[in-house]
Design a protein around this ligand. Structure first.
Ligand SMILES: Cc1cc2nc3c(=O)[nH]c(=O)nc-3n(C[C@H](O)[C@H](O)[C@H](O)COP(=O)(O)O)c2cc1C
Length: 175
């Protein structure tokens, strides 16, 4: 797929086939995340892969939505705030930005592999840290359910709802 088609085809999938994902397949997906750029190349991310019924079951309490339970795998993408670059001038922490880039690589790679995924940030991060046994400096930033999309074609509208280019593009000045 050319890049623009890939970007247009990626969509939030909120219903999955229960087919388990092999370790090999998940590692292929994560390899795309690993290639993401990051500030000063610090790569302040960790992927916690959750496939067991036991841990998935506990994770559902962090994001209690029925559709979320259909995914055979959830990847918790975590940021290490001790490893992320903090801008010298004002201390701005770039960990969230770096994590967002690696997640974007994952979602696009998933699309390329015929997998579905959906960014989830509206979850209980405190509970999630507890379930995954994360140390204090490791923040769970995104939960990414991953799986083959369920066999129906209403995963999203064919036409993406996006602001028109002219309303978000500014030439030379913010007018
Ligand atoms: C940072 C971020 C957080 C998001 N959090 C959630 C979430 O908690 N739950 C959810 O169902 N979708 C979530 N989404 C998915 C968005 O709703 C979705 O990307 C947007 O509506 C555009 O649709 P599309 O992904 O199908 O193109 C999130 C997306 C992003 C980028």
């Amino acid at each position: 797929m050319d890049f623009l088609s890939l970007a247009k085809n990626r969509m939030s999938v909120r219903d999955y086939q229960r087919t388990p994902l092999s370790t090999e397949l998940i590692e292929q997906l994560l390899e795309a995340g690993r290639m993401a750029p990051s500030a000063v190349n610090f790569q302040p991310w960790h992927y916690v892969v959750i496939r067991s019924e036991a841990v998935l079951g506990r994770l559902y309490a962090c994001y209690p939505r029925e559709w979320f339970k259909t995914a055979p795998c959830v990847i918790a993408i975590c940021g290490d705030h001790n490893e992320g670059w903090h801008r010298t001038r004002d201390g701005k922490d770039h960990t969230d930005i770096d994590v967002a880039i690696t997640v974007d690589h994952l979602t696009l790679m998933a699309t390329e592999m015929g997998l579905g995924s959906c960014w989830v940030c509206n979850f209980d991060a405190e509970k999630c840290s507890e379930v995954l046994g994360l140390p204090a400096h490791i923040e769970p930033i995104v939960l990414l359910p991953v799986g083959f999309p369920a066999n129906h074609n209403n995963h999203g509208s064919a036409e993406k709802k996006r602001k028109p280019l002219h309303s978000i593009t500014h030439w030379e000045r913010f007018d």
